[in-house]
Design a protein around this ligand. Structure first.
Ligand SMILES: Cc1cc2nc3c(=O)[nH]c(=O)nc-3n(C[C@H](O)[C@H](O)[C@H](O)COP(=O)(O)OP(=O)(O)OC[C@H]3O[C@@H](n4cnc5c(N)ncnc54)[C@H](O)[C@@H]3O)c2cc1C
Length: 449
């Protein structure tokens, strides 16, 4: 018999994507229009609603969650197309919410187990760890706003594990290669925030997107509503969408920096130049999941524990974007494994298409586990966030030399245009950071509306 706990857990996906109340524009014009129903937009909407404000949150996509969304149809198990790690686990307010919903969510700390391969040989990887630590130290110590590649030692490049350490520290952590990465921006995230990366990471078996959807289940979003223009001359704002024009006292913009930079939302009159400069300096980095569903026999034969990190040696030379991935295998024991690509290589692979991405990963697995590896393969999928017109990348990341402009992304304009989203958060590039940015902006809005 299906237990209550099991029933709740299995019916979760239905709840997460259940029909969302429709709001008609004729319902009268709201106090505030929120553009974007991702983590930050849902947060600002919830906070303003709590304070009795009328809010209309709109999103161009046909679902809530933005870059934090769990798909259950591709593999028949929860599959996070975007965010997956519950970062800052001990302090993450969304994880804390989920931990209280024991009937619905299985939330646990990242077991942090690793298997490293040099070709077909499983190794301890001490050389890799040594270099990985050096790159981490460099990242933390450097204050200069320059490409971090300017600071690396020539002899590190000769180390046979350089490309692998580069991959883990840069494309996987920031979606950027070391020559596009400025440690001055990293500083803001890991040090000025105080809590830094303490608390490690956690996972939620039902998917981070499903958890976010539950956390914000009472927040209505008007879907498939694309904002084309924000007119902010005169009184209040007029938000022009494909479904009509909404008048409001204020507007909160939560779209990704690259969606903003695409110019799809026109501002009339134009925003102050500093705003465009700041967004432009922080366009989105590149990061995608190539995901394979593999037979249980594979995980058994190679003793792959749930959520185990798999690191095969990458042989790309010098500073070139590493042609490889960071893999998390057998996610939550669901038999699907991520092979995450980042930086320029991710961009190239996205351009080449999903089949090329899956073929690339399969070839590396044949190289490691034998030419007959395909006997374990069931199905593959690759995300293409850079092609999603309403996101256009992974998360905001500083252009070297311009890290200081991040603070200008979040400044309000004329006491009626407000800016939230992961790029404006202290814990930027994360779901819980985006959520906190929504709470910050709600307070700001309340002093004017
Ligand atoms: C592959 C990948 C892996 C990631 N992994 C992690 C992770 O493990 N842990 C973690 O914490 N974070 C991770 N992140 C980052 C995290 O997903 C984001 O930081 C966070 O979800 C961003 O939320 P947001 O509200 O700022 O933006 P979004 O989620 O992008 O929300 C903005 C919304 O605006 C909408 N929009 C855009 N243009 C318009 C328009 N013109 N009209 C109407 N609506 C519009 C979009 O449709 C979107 O829904 C990952 C991201 C990616 C892409």
């Amino acid at each position: 018999m299906i237990s209550r706990r099991r029933f709740l857990k299995t019916s979760l996906s239905a709840l997460a994507f259940a029909a969302i109340p429709k709001i008609s524009f004729s319902q009268s014009n709201p106090d505030v229009v929120v553009i974007g129903g991702g983590s930050s937009g849902l947060s600002v909407t919830a906070e303003l609603m709590k304070k009795g404000k009328s809010v209309l949150c709109v999103d161009a996509m046909s679902r809530k969650g933005g870059r934090c969304f769990t798909n259950t149809s591709i593999f028949g198990v929860p599959y996070d197309l975007g965010a997956h790690w519950l970062h800052n686990f001990n302090f993450n307010q969304i994880a804390q919410y989920g931990k209280k919903q024991k009937d619905i969510f299985d939330i646990y700390k990242d077991p942090d187990t690793v298997m490293i391969y040099d070709g077909q040989k499983k190794i301890k990887g001490m050389k890799l760890y040594g270099l990985y630590k050096k790159l981490g130290k460099l990242k933390n110590k450097t204050k200069d706003d320059i490409p971090l590649s300017n600071k690396i030692k020539e002899k590190w490049l000769e180390n046979e594990w350089f490309a692998t350490a580069h991959q883990i520290r840069f494309p996987c952590e920031s979606g950027k290669d070391i020559d596009q990465y400025t440690a001055a921006d990293g500083k803001l995230n890991w040090e000025s925030y105080g809590e830094g990366s303490q608390g490690g990471d956690g996972f939620v078996k039902q998917g981070y997107g499903a958890l976010l959807a539950h956390y914000r289940q009472n927040v209505p979003v008007q879907l498939q509503t694309t904002v084309n223009e924000v007119k902010w001359d005169g009184n209040g704002v007029k938000v022009v969408t494909n479904k009509g024009t909404i008048s409001a006292k204020a507007c909160v913009i939560t779209v990704s920096t690259s969606a903003f930079n695409s110019g799809k939302i026109k501002f009339t009159p134009a925003l102050p130049i500093e705003k465009y400069e700041a967004y432009d300096a922080f366009s989105c980095s590149n990061y995608n999941h190539v995901t394979l569903q593999l037979k249980d026999d594979f995980y058994k034969e190679y003793k792959v524990k749930p959520d185990m990190y798999f690191t095969p040696k990458i042989t790309t030379k010098g500073l070139k974007s590493p042609e490889g991935y960071c893999s998390t295998m057998n996610l939550h024991d669901s038999k699907i494994s991520y092979f995450d690509v980042g930086g320029q290589f991710a961009k190239d692979l996205e351009k080449a298409g999903s089949k090329a991405g899956i073929d690339f990963v399969l070839q590396t697995l044949r190289n490691t586990f034998g030419s007959d590896f395909d006997k374990f393969y069931i199905k593959g999928h690759m995300t293409t966030w850079g092609k999603n017109p309403f996101v256009l990348g992974a998360w905001a990341s500083a252009t070297p030399g311009k890290a200081d402009l991040r603070k200008n992304i979040k400044t309000s304009v004329a006491d009626k245009l407000f800016f939230a989203g992961e790029a404006t958060a202290k814990n930027y590039g994360t779901v819980h950071g985006a959520d906190r940015s929504g709470a910050r902006v709600a307070k700001e809005v309340l002093s004017f509306v």
